[in-house]
Structure formats: C-alpha cells, structure tokens
Design a protein around this ligand. Structure first.
Ligand SMILES: [Zn+2]
Ligand SMILES: [Zn+2]
Length: 420
C-alpha cells in the first residue's frame, strides 16, 4: 500500500530486523520509527514494516514491551472520561505514568534499534483523541482547564484542575473586619480557650464574606484571597474599592455567571462588604496586583488641634516628602527601616471644634496614622510635630485606590530607593 512506501527502505528494514527477537505488537514496533511516514499512527507504521518483513502479527496482550497496554486505550479513555465527569471544562490534557519495568524494557529496545517516541507520549495522544471524541472537548497543551494523569499500572486517574481566578474590587463598609482569615495566634486554627474554640482571631473577614458564595457556586475545594495591599482592621475601604483576585482551587464549575455571583456575594455579606467589577483573571494578575504601587486617598478624622495651626501644618506638608521609620505598632513583624514617601495632596475638608476631617493622597506604602501622630518621632515631618498639638486619629477610611474613578490604576513607576 502507498502509505507504507516510506517504511520499506533497506535502512528501516535493517533496523527492524534487529528487533525481530522481541515480540512486539504493531504499535510498539511502529513507535520505533516515528520519524518516518508522518501522519500515520504507530500501529499502522508497525503493520507496514511487519508485513514487509513477512512476520506474524503480535497481539498487544502478548507484546513483550507493552504487555497489553496498547490494547487498553479504550478502557483508559473510559477511566479519564469518568474522572472528568464531575467537572466543567472546555479543554483538557492527558498525561500518563507507566510502571518502571516498562520504561526499562522501552530503554532496552531503544538501545538496540529504536529511534522512536516514548510510549507515554503515544498513550497521552491516543487516549486524548478518544476522550475528545467522546466528550466533544478539546485537547490543549498550554493551558488546559484540567489535566488527567493516567496511572496505567493501577488504572487510576489523577486530576489537576486549573484554579479559577476571579478579579474584582471590594469595599469594606464597617470597621473591625480584617482583610483575610486571621488564625488564632495561640492554636493556629485548631481552636482553644484563647479564641473561644473558633481557631480565628476574628469571626469574619473580607476574604470569608467574599469567598463563601464563590466556593459554593463553583464547588471549589479551597480558596485563597489576594488583595492589592490591605487596610488596617479598623479602617474602612470605600470609594471604588480595592482590587483583589480570588483564587478557587479545584473548581467543579468554572463557567459561572459573574453578574449573579456578584449579587450573591453582596447579599451574603449583608452590606458589611460589597464587591464590584467581577471578571475572570489568571495567575499572572496576582503578581501584578502585588507588585503594583498605587497612590491612595484617605479621609482621616483627627482631633486635638485648633483650626489655624492645623491649616498651617497641612499647607506645609502638601507635596512634601516624609521619612517614615517602620511604625512601632508593626516593627515586631516587619524590617525596621526608613522609607521616603510623598504626600501628594492634603487638605482640610471640614472642621468642628478641635476635630478636623482631612483628605490625604499619598504614595503607595505611606503610613497615614503615623503621618498624623508622628509615632514618637519615627515619622518626620508629621502633622503632630508641625502643629505642636497632641493629635488623635479618631478614624480613618481609604476612599480611593489609584485615580479618582478607580478605572485605571495609577502606579508609581520609579522604585523607591529606600525600599530596595
Ligand atoms: Zn506493545
Ligand atoms: Zn485558638
């Protein structure tokens, strides 16, 4: 037959002759000649060569190399289809593990006359084709929704389900909620007297309020919350909110309607937290979120000073660089160093008696509480030092991250020298 033509050269038959003492099924024989006759299946390659040599066919069950494996492709495909059944996916990839003894036999054949592909590659391709036919889904080598690893020794399938990444912005409308789950510092989640058996320092967090409906909708096994920075527990996050990516591990349902998911979250969080602008993202976006340096705008209510002095200090501080040594409240867990940050804008929005509402826009990484109080001289200059008044921070809100409408994120491109 024509398709055999390129497989009957003396060179190939000589090589095949060296393998004659091994009983090889057509697939295992043909696999040794994969560089020849492109477009043919290995089984057909092997058949061509064998017929040319005039040897009898070997049933895969009697094959010295695969010991029946190449006759079990349909069953392996069944196993994969069954394992994938509970999951939503558009693309997949099949991988495989074979027993070590088979790989040793494969090496022996390769040393004598083979120049082929690994049997695993053939299994992956052939099982993949069959799964495509049965499910109507597509094999994707670069970024499959799910990878099925077939263990041919134990007829077991292991799945690697690509996590789902959902980007959004959150607002935190109440104080006293941390951004992420905060495990009990005594028992680290087990539950003890210190945490009242909860295992956590706080009953709820932005992470839990946002993730619960998402895990429910997607059937994920676990989640991980990645915020673009974080506000303190007693600080509200208002305006257009703070960007985040929620990572859902092993989602059973990945084609979720984000509009209704957004509503479900906002219902579930009862106004304490709201989310907006949900969209699908990928892992790279987490790195982007973490690396980006965004200016932030705060509203601070400060007491302890009369208006005239405060106005003067605010005018002096506008546009200034300040030096901030790591605040005393966090220095136990962060490196003690001095950071240089710019107060891009600051003005008094409102006053009542000795209490003033300030709006402050500052570079990424500025500690606002310390900018007000001076932190015992660790931040300089500060409002407290400039006014000479014992200032007290009543409360603080983040009102914008990036520019005013939060559409485009403003980033400080130049790296702060003190931060490297
Ligand atoms: Zn075989
Ligand atoms: Zn505890």
């Amino acid at each position: 037959m024509d398709d055999c033509a390129s497989l009957t050269s003396p060179d190939i038959l000589e090589r095949a002759g060296r393998l004659r003492s091994y009983a090889l099924c057509d697939s295992c024989l043909g696999r040794q000649f994969v560089q020849v006759a492109h477009g043919l299946e290995n089984r057909r390659r092997g058949q061509c060569i064998r017929e040319e040599m005039g040897t009898a066919p070997v049933d895969p069950g009697d094959c010295w190399l695969c010991e029946g494996l190449m006759g079990e492709l349909e069953e392996l495909a069944d196993l994969v289809v069954e394992a994938l059944e509970p999951y939503q996916y558009a693309t997949f990839l099949v991988g495989s593990r074979v027993e070590e003894a088979l790989e040793l036999r494969e090496g022996e054949v390769a040393a004598i006359g083979g120049d082929g592909e690994p049997i695993k590659r053939e299994i992956n391709r052939e099982v993949g084709k069959r799964v495509e036919e049965r499910t109507g889904k597509t094999v994707d080598f670069s970024r499959p929704d799910v990878t099925a690893i077939v263990n041919t020794q134990y007829n077991h399938v292991e799945l690697d389900v690509r996590p789902l990444y959902i980007y959004g912005r959150y607002c935190k409308h109440v104080r006293g909620i941390p951004q992420t789950k905060w495990w009990c510092r005594k028992c680290r989640g087990v539950g003890c007297d210190y945490c009242g058996g909860e295992g956590k320092m706080y009953e709820e967090s932005v992470e839990e309020l946002v993730a619960a409906p998402v895990v429910e909708a997607t059937g994920g096994s676990e989640e991980s919350f990645h915020g673009a920075g974080r506000e303190d527990i007693d600080v509200r996050m208002l305006g257009h909110g703070r960007p985040f990516v929620l990572e859902v591990k092993e989602p059973r349902r990945r084609f979720v309607d984000l509009e209704s998911l957004e509503k479900a979250i906002n219902r579930w969080a009862e106004g304490k937290v709201t989310v907006s602008r949900l969209r699908f993202a990928d892992r790279a976006e987490i790195e982007h979120l973490k690396a980006a340096r965004w200016t932030k705008t705060y509203r601070a209510v400060v007491s302890g000073c009369e208006r005239g002095k405060l106005n003067e200090a605010v005018n002096a501080l506008r546009g200034c660089y300040i030096n901030q040594r790591t605040p005393s409240r966090v220095v136990h867990r962060r490196a003690d160093k001095v950071r240089r940050r710019r107060v891009l804008d600051i003005h008094v929005e409102d006053t009542a008696g000795d209490t003033a509402t300030l709006v402050i826009r500052a570079e990424s990484g500025t500690y606002i509480k310390e900018l007000v109080t001076g932190d015992g001289g660790r931040t300089a200059p500060s409002l407290q030092a400039l006014t000479g008044c014992p200032l007290h921070m009543q409360n603080l809100d983040v009102i914008a991250i990036g520019d005013e409408d939060g559409q485009e994120i403003e980033r400080n491109k130049e790296q702060d020298p003190s931060d490297t």
